[in-house]
Design a protein around this ligand. Structure first.
Ligand SMILES: C[S@@+](CC[C@H](N)C(=O)[O-])C[C@H]1O[C@@H](n2cnc3c(N)ncnc32)[C@H](O)[C@@H]1O
Length: 219
């Protein structure tokens, strides 16, 4: 994936990060080796910081893979907090459970295997944070569910909202073209960003860190 920011600036940002605990380092290594798209340590810290800022105790995560971002949320909510892990793959969930044990946070994580949108729609409660990292064509559908599922003052975060820069080509000057612009994933991300910024329910900023993180506060 090409960087959104200049490569040297990106390297600078990552070089400053303090070392992570061993289990996070192990997942980072596995993700690199097996090409699993995790949010990585800079975005992980951002999640931790936002969760602490609003004193979040409940997080619903949509698209959790092998549990890297889940662990950052679980550490942020602390003992007595609750994080919902969701992924369509049982194999991913089994691997994630082993990491949750190693990180000492298994007791605050509920693991759901299945379609994250269905799992969310079956729940009645509201969460402090909803985090979406599912297939990108589903981003607008998640947006439509989010307002009812996030408490006022809570956060709806979405990863990959700059989508390697393809959003700019798809949404901007139609004379510009770039391979991949106009595909259903790019269209899903562009539509989510449009909805987020035009909705009266949310106050949104896209942070151009890694592949872009949209942070929307529920009004
Ligand atoms: C980008 S990865 C998640 C990475 C994870 N958030 C992290 O940073 O550690 C996306 C994951 O979401 C899963 N996924 C995509 N769409 C889904 C859906 N509708 N329901 C459940 N899982 C989904 C994929 O199987 C994949 O494991």
């Amino acid at each position: 994936m090409p960087n959104i920011t200049d490569e040297q600036v990106e390297n600078y940002l990552y070089a400053m990060l303090p070392p992570r605990e061993l289990v996070l380092q192990e997942i980072e290594r596995q993700a690199k080796e097996r090409d699993i798209p995790i949010v990585g340590p800079a975005v992980g810290r951002l999640f931790y910081q936002y969760a602490k800022l609003i004193n979040a105790k409940t997080v619903f995560e949509m698209g959790s893979a092998i549990g890297y971002s889940t662990i950052w949320w679980a550490k942020a909510v602390g003992e007595g907090g609750k994080v919902h892990y969701t992924d369509g793959s049982r194999k991913n969930a089994d691997e994630a459970r082993r990491y949750f044990d190693q990180a000492g946070v298994a007791d605050r994580i509920e693991v759901h295997v299945g379609d994250a949108l269905e799992v969310l729609s079956e729940r009645k409660e509201q969460f402090d944070i909803l985090f979406s990292d599912v297939d990108k064509h589903d981003y607008p559908r998640v947006f439509n569910m989010a307002a009812a599922r996030v408490r006022k003052g809570g956060l709806f975060l979405t990863d990959n909202t700059l989508w390697s820069g393809k959003v700019a080509y798809a949404a901007g000057n139609p004379q510009l073209s770039k391979p991949g612009a106009g595909d259903k994933e790019t269209e899903g991300v562009v539509e989510l960003n449009r909805l987020l910024y035009s909705s009266a329910d949310w106050y949104t900023t896209i942070i151009p860190l890694r592949d872009g993180v949209a942070v929307a506060m529920r009004l």
